[in-house]
Design a protein around this ligand. Structure first.
Ligand SMILES: CC(C)(COP(=O)(O)OP(=O)(O)OC[C@H]1O[C@@H](n2cnc3c(N)ncnc32)[C@H](O)[C@@H]1OP(=O)(O)O)[C@@H](O)C(=O)NCCC(=O)NCCSC(=O)C[C@H](O)C(=O)O
Ligand code: MG
Length: 280
């Protein structure tokens, strides 16, 4: 099982961050060419991102590069460079409909991307949320979704609140579409990187909603994300005990059993098995 609990963004123009990332225990790194890079630094950042992705100095971490959005002056060169690099995948911002997905896939093919190179769609526009079902069904190369809460909040004229109610419809629709199509789904970044308590509460909410992990902006967010998106030792032991209890019930010809005072059925076994996939 591929772990994507912690997905750390960094501006590809920031050489110190690219270097430091080699020692940060994030599951995934995203070298950003979009919002974190000033227009005058885009070309240099592209060169640095490709150099870092090709270096093979990041161990087992999955390496992604976020391009600028389709239609911007940098898109074609970004795409060509990323598709010809050794990055594991491409992250595309401001995806809004099936036409975008088809355009990205055609462009990847024309740019010579290896057959197994996948892309991630940032879900950060109102249109993307409304079109999410078709988007999720349309992409042969689509690996999953990353929520972009900052852009979505801006588009909705909404407010940033702790419970994230203003963007919850979009988040819920994105999770539904991802799960219905066997795609990975990652929560958005938490801007106040010095507020670890607030960050952990948001990770907890994301984990309860069903997200696979969280996109991050600072090294001090990595440990909490890794911990919150992993089961505890207690949960692992409980999952094993639940599976045993149900197996004993099945041996007696029963399809339902009681575990810790609660009813369990075969679906609870599947839930427990999913959790045990983390037991690495
Ligand atoms: C937010 C930051 C600009 C803060 O940077 P800084 O002031 O340098 O932080 P620190 O001094 O606390 O840094 C301590 C050391 O850690 C390194 N560092 C910092 N951030 C990162 C990082 N992201 N990856 C790797 N290393 C990092 C510093 O170099 C320091 O190292 P050392 O010199 O050894 O002490 C900065 O954290 C930052 O740029 N973060 C990422 C911003 C980013 O990528 N944004 C784009 C993605 S989010 C997004 O776009 C939202 C989405 O689209 C939406 O719509 O919601
Ligand atoms: Mg954004």
């Amino acid at each position: 099982m591929k772990l994507r609990r912690s997905v750390l963004f960094m501006p590809a123009s920031n050489e110190r961050a690219l270097e430091k990332a080699k020692t940060i225990p994030a599951d995934v790194l995203v070298f950003d060419l979009e919002d974190a890079v000033a227009p005058g630094a885009k070309e240099a950042a592209r060169v640095l991102a490709v150099k870092a992705a090709n270096s093979r100095e990041y161990g087992e971490k999955e390496i992604l590069i976020r391009s600028n959005a389709p239609g911007t002056p940098w898109w074609k060169e970004d795409l060509k460079a990323i598709c010809q690099s050794k990055a594991d995948g491409l992250v595309v911002p401001k995806v809004s409909d099936v036409g975008d997905i088809m355009g990205i896939q055609n462009s990847m093919y024309n740019a010579g991307a290896p057959c197994d190179m996948k892309f991630w769609a940032m879900i950060e526009t109102a249109s993307a949320c409304l079109n999410i079902r078709q988007i999720a069904e349309s992409g042969r190369r689509l690996a999953g979704f990353m929520m972009g809460a900052n852009d979505l909040t801006l588009e909705l004229h909404a407010k940033r609140t702790h419970n994230r109610l203003p963007i919850m419809t979009g988040m819920g629709m994105t999770i539904l579409a991802a799960r219905a199509n066997d795609l990975c789904v990652l929560d958005s970044v938490y801007n106040d990187f010095k507020d670890i308590t607030g960050f952990e509460a948001e990770c907890q909410q994301a984990e309860e909603l069903g997200f696979d992990g969280k996109t991050l902006i600072h090294p001090n967010q990595v440990a909490s994300a890794n911990s919150i998106f992993s089961p505890t030792q207690e949960e692992i032991l409980e999952a094993k005990a639940l599976i045993n209890t149900f197996a004993e019930a099945q041996d007696k010809g029963q399809g339902v059993a009681t575990f810790k005072g609660k009813m369990i059925e075969e679906l609870h076994v599947r839930e427990a098995e999913r959790l045990l996939a983390f037991d690495i």
